[in-house]
Design a protein around this ligand. Structure first.
Ligand code: KIV
Length: 285
């Protein structure tokens, strides 16, 4: 990663400036190669801690370590050159105190080259968000269904479907805005409330399982590509990679068993002439 490279990228303030304008397009990315593929189409890519469930087989995001986020974050930065890269702060890396959060967020920025971090939580995280932003770390907030709190919520539960829940969710939205978050992910929230919060706050809302009226949308890449075994209601599968991969692997296995692969075009022949060979083999025949 060069500084030059980072300057050409979308920045956190440019995302904030999109409030109420063209919808912000975003997806998760965990690897250099998928980052390169989605880079021309997204405004920002999120190295989400969902990678613990999607790639590493955990049931929740709770076990994801900071070092793993940094490793994937650096790969995504290396693979992309235009989109802002936002890296999730994993459970346990920021809740204890603003200065521990700063130490870990600074590690993420320094060691990955990303342009911002994301952390979960509303009003109770406002002090930390303010501490980080005042010290040079752009923070994307995340309210509504916050998967790192799965053990407190008793499952992945949609928020705000009862009107009596609205007040505290609205307070979360205003608190993280006042604290200086440059944008906020709204996950798993009743559509009406997500739309209302979008009107209420001056920073972009990025919806996932929220509302088409949010200022932007995000999905987990593997979900929208049709690679994930479980498809939640809020996911639209824009592709069917599950079937494409299975068909390709089945075809490969058949050809290996039938000794059809590798064929002549995929093997190396001998070099002819001095010090080489006169034998005719493989692709030289
Ligand atoms: O970890 C993640 O992928 C996320 C998105 C679902 C917003 O936080």
């Amino acid at each position: 990663m060069s500084i030059q490279n980072n300057i050409k990228r979308m920045t956190a303030p440019q995302i904030t400036a999109r409030k109420g304008g063209d919808p912000v397009v975003s997806l998760t990315a965990y690897h250099a190669h998928t980052a390169a593929l989605i880079d021309p189409f997204v405004d920002f890519m999120l190295v989400g801690d969902s990678l613990g469930m999607v790639m590493h087989g955990y049931d929740t995001t709770v076990p994801v370590p900071l070092d793993l986020m940094i490793m994937h974050g650096a790969a995504v930065v290396r693979g992309s050159s235009q989109a802002l890269v936002v890296v999730d702060m994993p459970f346990g890396s920021y809740e204890e105190s603003p200065n521990i959060a700063f130490r870990n967020a600074a590690r993420i920025l320094k060691e990955t080259g990303c342009g911002a971090v994301k952390l979960e939580g509303g009003a109770h995280m406002a002090e930390t968000i303010s501490y980080l932003t005042k010290r040079g770390i752009p923070v994307m907030a995340h309210i509504g269904l916050t998967p790192q709190s799965v053990n407190v919520m008793g499952g992945f539960k949609t928020q705000g479907r009862k009107e009596k829940e609205w007040e505290s969710l609205e307070l979360d939205a205003t608190a993280i805005t006042d604290a200086g978050a440059f944008a906020v992910v709204i996950e798993g929230m009743a559509e009406l409330l997500a739309a209302r919060i979008t009107k209420m706050i001056p920073i972009p809302t990025i919806g996932i399982g929220a509302s088409v009226d949010c200022d932007g949308q995000i999905l987990v890449l593997e979900d929208m590509l049709g690679l994930s075994p479980r498809v939640p209601k809020f996911v639209k599968e824009f592709g069917n990679l599950r079937e494409a991969i299975q068909n390709s692997v089945e075809a490969y296995a058949k050809e290996v068993k039938a000794r059809k692969f590798p064929s002549r075009e995929h093997v190396y022949g001998m070099i002819k002439g001095k010090g080489g060979t006169t034998r005719k083999t493989g692709s030289d025949k």
